[in-house]
Design a protein around this ligand. Structure first.
Ligand SMILES: Nc1ncnc2c1ncn2[C@@H]1O[C@H](COP(=O)(O)OP(=O)(O)OP(=O)(O)O)[C@@H](O)[C@H]1O
Length: 273
């Protein structure tokens, strides 16, 4: 479990996140949604120990990270428990896909890649549907193929928690589903905490057990998609009019209807005038 307690983060001297309280249960997929610039990546990087907290704390596996400079032994131990896939995993390296995936075990490697590691890397590539690309140079892949390879790499770390920042942004429909199926399956099987930033609200509703709605640097709402996702919440967070339908499994489906001309409150005010 990961617990966030009144977390605040500043960047460039500006407060970006404030008052974030959440409990992230293991074995569940937690999807972070919210508009551009809301603070989603900042939240993920704070969880990874990549950005210092300006207030509050994060507890994970008996450790507590508080405000202040992150001392390097603490930071290393904290990050060793996690696997983080950043938004842009640009990889212009002269390395093959297989070598990049094997790097996920860095720290355990001692200048020798044993057969077990190679087999594990191949299994990860297979699960990501890119085993046939193992010997290609990573820089020669398409954006989507590279995203799948970086995903295979983070899984090799066998982490306590998986932090994925827009992992499907470059993927076609089939590979979005394939990657998120693996994410959900691994999360359940390993009882780890998964936090994934997604812009596609319908994928978030379909795959997340818990949604974290970030807006203007605060956690506006959180909970299971079915009870959380309403036209009012999505409309007010994104500034659009939406209809919320439900698919045959009961997952919410968000249908944009147009930009919100005015809030309900201002419409009532205008009607009263
Ligand atoms: N180094 C920085 N210095 C100052 N402000 C920053 C810095 N990096 C990011 N920000 C600001 O912090 C805010 C949150 O950024 P963040 O990347 O967390 O948003 P996001 O929700 O992930 O957005 P997106 O959906 O566009 O990726 C933005 O207003 C951004 O401009």
């Amino acid at each position: 479990m990961i617990r966030l307690d009144d977390v605040a983060v500043s960047r460039g001297g500006q407060p970006i996140l404030r008052g974030v309280n959440a409990t992230l249960e293991p074995g569940l997929v937690h999807a972070v949604i919210g508009p551009n610039g809301a603070g989603k990546t900042t939240l993920l990087r704070a969880l990874f120990g990549d950005l210092p907290l300006s207030a509050g704390g994060i507890e994970m596996a008996g450790r507590r990270m508080g405000p202040g400079r992150l001392g390097s032994p603490f930071r290393k131990a904290w990050r060793d428990a996690l696997a983080y896939m950043p938004q842009d995993s640009s990889a212009d390296l002269a390395m093959t896909v297989l070598e990049v995936v094997v790097l996920g075990r860095l720290g355990r490697l001692q200048f020798h890649v044993d057969d077990e590691t190679l087999q594990a890397a191949m299994a990860r590539l297979d699960a990501a549907d890119i085993a046939h690309l193992a010997d290609r140079e990573i820089g020669s892949l398409s954006g989507g193929q590279r995203q799948m390879a970086m995903f295979a790499q983070v899984l090799m770390r066998d982490p306590l928690a998986l932090l994925l920042d827009e992992p499907v942004s470059a993927l076609d429909l089939k590979h979005q589903i394939a990657l998120l199926d693996v994410v959900r399956g691994e999360t359940r099987a390993t009882e780890r905490v998964t936090v994934v930033v997604l812009h596609d609200l319908n994928l978030a509703c379909r795959y997340a057990d818990n949604l974290l709605v970030v807006a203007d640097g605060t956690l506006r709402a959180s909970g299971p998609p079915r009870s959380l996702v309403t036209p009012d919440l999505i409309g007010s967070v994104y500034g659009v009019e939406v209809e919320v339908l439900h698919d045959s499994r009961g997952s919410p489906v968000v249908q944009p209807m147009g930009r919100a001309a005015a809030s309900a409150a201002s419409r009532r005010q205008m009607a009263a005038q």
